[in-house]
Design a protein around this ligand. Structure first.
Ligand code: ADP
Length: 270
């Protein structure tokens, strides 16, 4: 073996190793950065309701002899506490979805039940926004999944569809079987989403319409949860939208056959 060849190979390997190390360090730095951003954003989001509760509690103390004022402040404390509860709940869902265990056990899940539960959970919100909820499409479809997280994901899509829609409009939830895949589509006739925002709205804490999101109690985490929930189930989310006309979010999941009486869901065969 020519010693020059050996030394050329050694230096090429050395260069490759250096490149690998640099790549590894860059990836670690990127993950660290993401984690730091998440902590910073979360703390920032939590500060607002915590600050409000503190101020309102002080206001109650000084309004002690005015029962009407006390009632008003107490109602606002309840609302802020509700916001805090929703925010911490979503942060927990998201961190669970991003952890290595991800889903808490896979079972055959009926999409009829997922949709019925999500609709029920948002009936009051739809009522007070004067938006009509409509269930359409196929029945009797099943997936292998975590029912709780699927109910939460469909619920987040419903909550957004209602929040970004005008009074008197309709929000539809439909299911469609497409071969091996089952699609859950949530459609609204609301404000729509500009093309420039369509990728970014799935990022944590990204809001296309900051003021409206905060006014309607948004957390900026809803769609991030939907995306991770779909991916954890081996599926994906698609978005169609026309600004000023409305949006359709579609969650596509691998379909299974209705489980037999013993409760085992088998993968659908062609
Ligand atoms: P938020 O809690 O703010 O709604 P999401 O993660 O659920 O957070 O959504 C991110 C952003 O995407 C929202 O702030 C809003 O700007 C936009 N968005 C989500 N769903 C809709 C919809 N159905 N119609 C219009 N805009 C939407």
């Amino acid at each position: 073996l020519d010693p020059r060849l050996v030394s050329a190979r050694a230096s090429a390997m050395g260069a490759r190793l250096t490149l690998l190390i640099i790549r590894d360090v860059t990836e670690r730095e990127r993950l660290d950065q993401m984690r730091n951003d998440f902590v910073a954003n979360t703390s920032h989001e939590l500060k607002t309701p915590v600050g409000a509760v503190t101020l309102l509690a002080e206001a109650i103390e000084s309004a002690a002899d005015d029962p009407e004022q006390v009632r008003r402040f107490a109602a606002r404390i309840q609302a802020e506490a509700g916001r805090l509860g929703q925010l911490t709940g979503r942060i927990m869902s998201l961190s669970r979805l991003q952890s290595s265990d991800g889903l808490s056990g896979l079972r055959p899940v009926s999409l009829d039940e997922v949709i019925a539960s999500s609709l029920e959970a948002h009936a009051v919100q739809a009522d007070s926004a004067a938006v009509e909820l409509v269930r359409g499409g196929d029945r009797g479809t099943w997936v292998l999944g975590d029912a709780q997280i699927l109910i939460e994901a469909v619920g987040n899509l419903l909550a957004n569809a209602i929040a970004y829609s005008p009074q008197g409009s309709r929000v539809g939830v439909g299911v469609r079987v497409e071969g091996e895949v089952v699609e859950i589509a949530v459609t609204d006739q609301g404000i729509g989403i500009a093309e420039a925002d369509r990728e970014r709205i799935f990022e944590r804490f990204y809001r296309a319409d900051e003021a409206r999101s905060r006014r309607t109690g948004g957390t900026g985490l809803g769609l991030s949860i939907v995306k991770h929930a779909a991916q954890r189930h081996g599926g994906e989310v698609r978005l169609w939208s026309r600004p000023g006309r409305g949006s359709t979010f579609t969650v596509r999941l691998p379909r299974i056959e209705a489980p037999s009486a013993d409760g085992t869901g088998k993968k659908k065969k062609k």
